[in-house]
Design a protein around this ligand. Structure first.
Ligand code: ZN
Length: 240
């Protein structure tokens, strides 16, 4: 039977040092260079220590963890937490922790602060913001390159729809410059409509969708044409 958490247990030999931990019991220390960079005698936590597993715990592998001053996770147990965004209680499960610290390579002082659904929203939001930043950089490098302009306009629309703001006027200017340079890039006409719609200009948007339906070859534009028609129907009451 290993040490109960919190119980005082004498070291097995005078030369063997241990440090007590509330979960892992008496953790053996090995002489060795500490990661702290401090001079003097240094000790590291024995990566091969294998305390008994409590019920429901998942064995940890310290050799796969990034730790310096913290005690390695010899095992993981479910942790009750409160979501930072929605305030709901959630469980940061033992398996999830192992995945974070041993597969994804997160530092041991990182911990889940959001519940799963808020984490999904957070990641998606971050993705939308990052897509706009990336598209903006790509556009600056190639302002008349059709894929760069179209990607920028799409990213601006997505950002505006999620966060209520985006450089929509800049996107519209880039689309118009592209159309002067490459009139065949008809998706730019459709996206001008999307930008105007996101900017709260329904009449402007309807005009762009109508123009798109008039100029876009049917071939290769079916999905956009369907969407433009549906949006025109939705806009009709507001654009008239
Ligand atoms: Zn939440």
């Amino acid at each position: 039977m290993e040490a109960r958490p919190g119980a005082a247990v004498p070291s097995r030999s005078p030369t063997k040092r241990t440090r007590r931990h509330r979960l892992f019991g008496e953790v053996p220390l090995l002489p060795g260079p500490g990661a702290s960079g401090l001079s003097g005698p240094a000790w590291t936590y024995d990566p091969d220590y294998r305390p008994d597993l409590p019920a429901g715990a998942v064995r940890g592998d310290p050799r796969r963890q990034l730790f310096c001053c913290e005690v390695p996770r010899y095992f993981y147990v479910d942790a009750d937490r409160t979501c930072r965004d929605c305030g709901a209680p959630f469980v940061f499960s033992a398996r999830e922790q192992k995945h974070w610290y041993e597969t994804l390579g997160f530092r041991l002082d990182a911990a889940a602060v959001r519940c799963l659904s808020c984490r999904r929203v957070y990641r998606r939001d971050r993705g939308i913001a990052r897509a706009l930043a990336d598209a903006s950089r790509a556009l600056a490098e190639a302002p008349l390159h059709p894929p760069a302009v179209l990607a920028y306009a799409r990213a601006a629309v997505a950002h505006a729809e999620r966060f209520g703001h985006a450089p929509l006027d800049g996107a519209i200017a880039a689309l118009r410059a592209l159309l002067r340079h490459a009139p065949a890039a008809v998706e730019a006409v459709y996206l001008e409509g999307r930008c105007a719609e996101a900017a709260g200009r329904p009449r402007r948007a309807a005009a762009s969708y109508e123009k798109f339906l008039a100029v876009a070859p049917a071939r290769g534009n079916a999905a956009l044409a369907r969407d433009a028609r549906a949006r025109l129907d939705d806009l009709a009451p507001r654009a008239s």
